[in-house]
Design a protein. Structure first.
Length: 312
């Protein structure tokens, strides 16, 4: 961190606000806080949230309720399975949680039809949120990993192919999906190292150092251990699957940087990665494109799984 006493205060050219001491890169505390608060950069967030809710409600009316199954010992550890008609079908596991503290599996039902129509099962787990885990992110990461392990072990019982499991995440869900992709499956679960065959990470965070310096530390109890363990960019030696990283040009500067640098780090490791930039899309609009087989994220998800938009 920069020495607060050696920085002269300056006036930002875009406003009359007096800029404070630098906290991260060229950002003072307010700028860094804003850079990890998507609502500052996406004024249409409430409209998009309403649209997702309505789309999910409509999808459930068309599809019916998913199969809901427990994958762990606590009440929250349940997952929704949206089944395609194809047998021995590939599986996509979708991880989503807003700022680690809101969102439920049923709120992502609007994504199901795209995967079902393309011949894939969609699995969406619920897991503990940070305010219910005492501010600790570790139980969230562990429950997501446990959900993936359950899907691998139980795929055949719902018509899934355990050898074609993929993971997709958005925002803080992409952070958790990134952590899942660098899991030591052999050591922690006694499973093959490559149980996940590919990952699509949309608008996520992959190094927690700057996040820890932001206002998110007001409700997340960061420690050195958590920062290191849950920064997937620091554990790329354990990455065993091709990755697609995507972000929008209207996202916050930090989310754009995090995704660019994560993709560059994977490439530097000599591992397969593709970076997709959604021109003109903000954080929440990028998520919405996942429900469209011809949208930026939807097309990427199907490409990763080797599927076409319509089951044939």
């Amino acid at each position: 961190m920069t020495d607060n006493f050696t920085i002269a205060q300056t006036v930002s050219p875009s406003s009359s606000r007096v800029k404070g001491p630098l906290v991260w890169l060229d950002m003072d505390q307010k700028e860094l806080d804003d850079a990890y608060d998507q609502s500052v950069y996406a004024p249409n967030q409430p409209l998009l949230a309403q649209r997702r809710r309505m789309a999910s409600e409509a999808a459930l009316k068309r599809l019916g309720q998913p199969e809901r199954v427990g994958y762990g010992p606590t009440e929250i550890e349940k997952l929704d399975i949206y089944k395609t008609h194809r047998s021995n079908a590939p599986i996509n596991i979708f991880i989503n949680v807003g700022a680690w503290r809101n969102g439920q599996a049923k709120g992502s039902a609007f994504l199901a039809e795209m995967f079902i129509n393309a011949g894939a099962h969609l699995v969406i787990p619920d897991f503990v949120q940070v305010q219910d885990s005492g501010g600790n992110l570790m139980p969230m990461a562990q429950q997501v990993r446990s959900a993936v392990a359950w899907v691998y072990k139980n795929a055949a019982r719902f018509g899934g192919d355990p050898n074609r499991i993929y993971i997709t995440g958005h925002s803080s869900g992409a952070h958790l999906a990134g952590c899942t992709l660098v899991t030591d499956w052999q050591k922690d679960f006694n499973l093959p190292a490559n149980i996940i065959k590919g990952g699509l990470l949309i608008s996520g965070m992959y190094d927690l150092k700057p996040v820890r310096l932001s206002k998110r530390s007001e409700y997340v109890k960061f420690t050195d251990e958590i920062e290191h363990a849950l920064s997937s960019q620091r554990h790329l030696d354990k990455l065993n699957a091709p990755i697609i990283v995507a972000y929008g040009t209207q996202e916050t500067p930090e989310f754009q940087r995090q995704n660019r640098e994560f993709a560059a780090a994977i490439k530097a490791e000599g591992k397969p990665v593709e970076l997709i930039v959604g021109e003109g899309f903000n954080h929440f609009e990028m998520q919405e494109t996942l429900g469209n087989p011809y949208g930026i994220a939807g097309r990427a998800a199907l490409k990763l799984m080797g599927l076409s938009p319509n089951l044939s």
